[in-house]
Design a protein around this ligand. Sequence first.
Ligand SMILES: O=C[C@H](O)[C@H](O)[C@H](O)COP(=O)(O)O
Length: 223
Amino acid sequence: MDTNKKLVAEKAVEEIKDGMTVGLGSGSTVYWMLQALGERVKDGLEIVGIPTSQKTEKLAKELGIPLADFSSVDGIDLAIDGADEVDPHLNLLKGGGGSLVREKIVDILAKRLIIIVDETKVVDYLGTFPLPVEVVPFGWETTSKRIAEYGCLPRRREQNGEAFISDNGNYILDCDFESIEKPAELHENLKMLVGVVETGLFINMADVVMVGHAGMVDVLTKA
Ligand SMILES: O=C[C@H](O)[C@H](O)[C@H](O)COP(=O)(O)O
């Protein structure tokens, strides 16, 4: 399975050119993207990266990928990120690793967003993968009940028997909807709830989705 992740990651890195400011996504597919980008940087490619998580920041530094101070960049030329699910309209469900807020802040600024996935992530409807929603810890039980009114079963994410804490110091609620028929509407409704920081629904953001399968890469673009 990692063969397809590596393949698609390497294909996406071909899109990075000298002088670019590049949004660096998060996750196990992005891990391979960083490895390939690290090699190109060693060979002389001149770029700066904006990481979307502490994990990505750490790995990028280890690989010698120069990072920019986010507050000092004018814009992002290209972002490359993973996803947990992709629908036929290229809407995304993200946040399986808990990095959805920083990812959305960086990805939305990018002039071009390329998503890299293997074929297991391509679905007809989002929602089989529980939707991650980042919430403020204060009053999270109340926020969770209000989210549940939209037809899901939210569970607070745990790690090693404790609440998982995002890079922003918040909780993640994994919300089991089974199938999300109107992702844009659901995202807007959830965002209206006080206590909700962000949802893992990335609507109309991806320009290109590269899908690795059976040793090949399919390139899906917005219709
Ligand atoms: O929070 C994590 C991110 O949204 C990841 O990009 C997403 O979970 C996909 O990760 P992976 O490539 O490991 O499946």
